[in-house]
Design a protein. Structure first.
Length: 288
């Protein structure tokens, strides 16, 4: 059995306490939320932090609440809480739908939405949904809070705008316009349930059923979760027929640095991105 390198363990009960520990230990520390990515990496000694700051017991960061025209979700809200939230099912059904696709029940019981976003695994499900819903992310550090868009937050594979002394504390979602539909589809790895290729799509329609807004994001197939800009442009202002959707979906992988591994070549992923994107758009259109 793999054993992590020696580290000091620091449980934090409040955000301020966690931030003080991050300020004290800086690059020598890692933050533990659900732990499904960090702990395996530590056991394989791919990550060897000298200090482990456990934030999983910070109750003030676990909530889903409505604030005027925004839904606010605490960073330590679990996938299970997202999956079974009546509020999210009513306002943002894409999020419970996505959560139900994540791994198995044990993982969903412990894994957190903020932990997934902060880890920025390109094969993870939730980062794509956050981008598709155009969330704003609230980051807290020693100098207070700052807010960045989901598109600004992820910089690359396992790379975000978070500084070593900062925490992601909240995600904020503007309520959708009328006649908005959404869907998440993916071709998953049978063992890990990670996406080999996936798509999150959010569509808004005008009164004449013309597409007035489209947000389409690809997961799993590229070096980072990425917006399918060419597909979005091909949808907006159009009547969404099967031909229009198929044509738009064919451009979903444009500009993406596709990956190749034992689960699929870049060429295979390109084709699967198109298929998953078409399915997501069709389902979103049916729900608008």
């Amino acid at each position: 059995m793999s054993i992590p390198a020696v580290f000091d363990y620091h449980p934090a009960k409040t955000v301020d306490e966690a931030l003080a520990l991050l300020q004290q230990y800086g690059d020598e520390a890692k933050v533990l939320a659900g732990g499904h990515s960090l702990i395996p990496a530590m056991k394989l000694r791919l990550s060897q932090p000298e200090h482990l700051i456990d934030i999983s017991k910070i109750q003030e960061l676990a909530y889903i609440r409505e604030e005027n025209d925004v839904i606010a979700i605490g960073a330590l809200t679990t996938y299970t809480q997202v999956e079974y939230s009546d509020l999210l099912r009513r306002v943002f059904p894409l999020m419970p739908e996505c959560a139900s696709h994540i791994a198995d029940q044990q993982v969903r019981n412990r894994g957190t939405i903020g932990g997934s976003i902060a880890h920025a695994d390109p094969s993870a499900d939730m980062p794509g949904v956050i981008l598709a819903l155009k969330a704003e992310l609230v980051i807290q550090g020693p100098n207070g809070k700052r807010t960045v868009s989901a598109d600004e937050f992820i910089l690359g594979t396992f790379e975000t705008v978070l500084e070593p002394n900062e925490l992601l504390v909240e995600l904020r979602f503007p309520k959708p316009a009328a006649k908005t539909g959404s869907a998440y589809t993916k071709l998953s790895n049978r063992a890990s349930h990670y996406a080999i290729a996936g798509c999150a799509a959010v569509l808004s329609l005008d009164s004449d059923n013309t597409c007035s807004a489209a947000s389409v994001v690809v997961t799993g197939a590229a070096m980072q979760t990425a917006r399918a800009s060419a597909t979005e442009s091909a949808l907006v202002g159009k009547q969404l027929t099967s031909e229009t959707i198929a044509e738009a979906a064919s451009h979903a992988a444009e500009g993406l640095e596709l990956v190749g591994d034992i689960h699929g070549s870049p060429e295979y992923r390109r084709q699967m991105v198109s298929v998953m994107t078409r399915r997501a758009i069709e389902q979103a259109l049916e729900r608008a």
